[in-house]
Design a binder for this molecule. Structure first.
Ligand code: NAI
Length: 246
């Protein structure tokens, strides 16, 4: 029996990187996946996964815009009548040391990485409450816990996700909704490909399992928390980093 058979899942930021890995793994487990992204390349990603038998479709959604999210949720509800799983994976970086960081770079990161949690929860939680079932899992980061040069905005936003998770899990547990976070370590995606080669190699040398993580590695971490079997785990942050920060 597949772990997510017939379940309706939203994966934000699913066009590429970790989000694409989550979409692939969830489709293999029988989920019906709504791939949300602002990049039209989301259509190609969905087509590619659908060719291999996945039930997946692209919705152009900006997670930092309440109207955009509400419209997409309304479409899903009218078509399927429920949303079982929400994966808040979309995120951005605007790295710069604090002395050089503009207010705009700070605000952009907070808007996409933090405001989106409020926006998607406001749209989705009422439907999960009505169904008396739900799984909400959001992307934190190893850098929320250890920090990184040039990432005061990003680290603060990813730490906010942990606090949000702790509080929301207390509010919605009685509706059989669990709320968790995944804190990825160093994962090979377009986000990390843009880093200098020597920084990438230095990063890998710090990972006890001896390799960079893959989007599919992350897909399996999310899958565990999204499964019905994980119903007694809530308010948790799963550190998926190859042992880099045990
Ligand atoms: P990525 O940059 O490759 O993909 C992020 C996706 O989110 C993109 O497709 C982008 O278009 C989408 N997105 C951005 N703003 C959006 C918006 N307003 N509405 C809808 N979609 C939007 O990033 P990656 O590496 O796949 O990371 C995914 C998540 O995991 C992010 O939240 C990131 O902060 C987190 N993470 C990644 C790590 C890594 O090593 N790659 C490490 C720790 C955390």
């Amino acid at each position: 029996m597949k772990k997510l058979e017939g379940q309706v899942v939203i994966v934000t930021g699913g066009a590429r990187g970790i989000g694409e890995g989550i979409c692939k793994v969830f489709c293999n487990e029988g989920a019906i996946v709504a791939l949300w992204d602002v990049l039209d390349e989301g259509q190609k990603t969905a087509d590619k996964i659908a060719k291999n038998g996945g039930k997946i479709f692209y919705q152009n959604v900006d997670v930092s815009n309440q109207e955009s999210v509400d419209m997409a949720v309304a479409k899903l509800i009218s078509e399927y009548g429920k949303i079982d799983v929400l994966i808040n994976n979309a995120g951005i970086i605007r790295d710069r040391s604090i002395l050089k960081m503009s207010r705009e770079e700070w605000d952009q990161v907070m808007h996409v990485n933090v405001d989106s949690l409020y926006i998607t929860a406001k749209a989705v939680v009422p439907h999960m409450k009505a169904a008396n079932y739900g799984r909400i899992i959001s992307a934190s980061s190893v850098n929320a816990f250890q920090g990184a040069f040039g990432q005061t905005n990003y680290s603060a936003s990813k730490a906010a996700i942990v606090g949000f998770t702790h509080s929301l899990c207390r509010e919605v547990g009685k509706y059989n909704i669990t709320v968790n976070a995944v804190a990825p370590g160093f994962i090979k995606t377009e986000m990390t490909d843009s880093m200098p080669q020597d920084v990438i190699q230095a990063g890998i040398s710090m990972i006890p399992v001896g390799r960079i993580g893959t989007p599919e590695d992350m897909g399996h971490a999310y899958l565990f928390l999204a499964s019905k079997e994980a119903g007694f785990i809530s308010g948790h942050t799963l550190h998926a980093n190859g042992g880099a920060m045990p």
